[in-house]
Design a protein around this ligand. Structure first.
Ligand SMILES: NC(=O)c1ccc[n+]([C@@H]2O[C@H](COP(=O)([O-])OP(=O)(O)OC[C@H]3O[C@@H](n4cnc5c(N)ncnc54)[C@H](OP(=O)(O)O)[C@@H]3O)[C@@H](O)[C@H]2O)c1
Length: 107
C-alpha cells in the first residue's frame, strides 16, 4: 500500500457508510480525521484503522447538527496545520453550513 501524505476528513466516520469510506481511504494510504459524537466509538475505530492500515488517524468529537460545531471542527483542523485533501460529510443530520462536498487543495 502506498502511504500518501494527505488527509481525508470523514464526518460520521464511526458507523455505516462513513466508516466504510474511512476504511477505503485508509486502505488507499490516506491519513484520516474522523468525526462523530461518541468518543468511545471514535477511539475504537481510530485504533482499528491505525492497526490495520498504518495511517495516522485523528479523532474530533463534535455534534455537527449545531452549525457552530462545524466551524469549531474546521478551526481545530486548521490549528493543527493540516491541509485537507478530501472531505466526506456523512453524518446523519447535516447542518446548513456543512453540506456534502469534496475539496482538494491540489490540482
Ligand atoms: N444506509 C443507507 O442505506 C443510506 C442510504 C441513503 C442515504 N443514507 C444517508 O447516508 C448518511 C449515513 O447513513 P448511515 O446509514 O451510514 O448512518 P449511521 O450508520 O447511523 O452512521 C452515522 C454516523 O454519523 C455520526 N453522527 C450522527 N449524528 C451526528 C451528529 N449530529 N454530529 C456528528 N456526527 C453524527 C454517527 O456517530 P455518533 O452517533 O457517535 O455521532 C455515525 O458515525 C445519512 O445521512 C443517511 O441518511 C444512508
Amino acid at each position: 500500500m502506498e502511504h500518501k501524505n494527505e488527509y481525508a476528513v470523514v464526518t460520521g466516520g464511526t458507523s455505516g457508510i462513513g466508516y466504510e469510506l474511512a476504511k477505503l481511504l485508509a486502505k488507499d494510504g490516506y491519513n484520516l480525521i474522523i468525526s462523530a459524537r461518541n468518543v468511545d466509538d471514535l477511539e475504537k475505530i481510530s485504533k482499528e484503522l491505525k492497526q490495520t492500515y498504518h495511517v495516522e488517524v485523528l479523532v474530533i468529537s463534535k455534534d455537527l447538527f449545531d452549525p457552530e460545531n462545524a466551524f469549531a471542527l474546521y478551526n481545530e483542523i486548521k490549528e493543527k496545520g493540516i491541509q485537507v485533501d478530501i472531505l466526506i460529510n456523512d453524518q446523519v443530520r447535516v447542518s446548513t453550513v456543512c453540506s456534502p462536498t469534496r475539496i482538494s487543495g491540489k490540482n
